[in-house]
Design a protein around this ligand. Structure first.
Ligand SMILES: [Zn+2]
Length: 123
């Protein structure tokens, strides 16, 4: 009993300063983890967006080769023969729809696609 009383006595406990330092260190670690998580999530979204655009461009190219060089009239015309029916033509980072690049002249229709989300230019 005296041992428990000794352990619970104020002499063996943490001081307020020690507790404050521990809480501060934990807060810094949580801040680092949250920042790293957000950065990796952003990078993942960019990678998925780039892969989506590559997939769409491949589907447009396939459509063109099957249809005597004609571009698809719209992105939705690629479904379901060239892209899965459940595929959504929008950026995973912002949910913004991809922009269809429509060429004029002899060959009309969607010739390319691009993402207008910030940081996704040039994909
Ligand atoms: Zn994007």
């Amino acid at each position: 009993m005296s041992r428990i009383r000794h352990l619970l006595s104020a002499e063996n406990g943490f001081t307020l300063l020690e507790l404050a330092i521990v809480v501060l260190i934990l807060a810094i670690l949580v801040g680092i983890v949250v920042a790293t998580y957000q950065a990796s999530t952003r990078l993942m979204s960019k990678t998925v967006c780039r892969a989506n655009l590559r997939l769409i461009r491949g589907a447009i190219e396939t459509y063109r080769s099957v249809n005597d060089g004609q571009n698809p009239p719209a992105l939705n015309d690629l479904k379901p023969s060239y892209i899965k029916d459940t595929f959504e033509f929008k950026c995973p980072a912002t949910g913004q729809a991809y922009t269809e690049i429509i060429t004029g002249g002899g060959v009309s229709g969607v010739s390319d696609v691009k993402c207008l989300s910030p940081g996704h230019e040039g994909f």
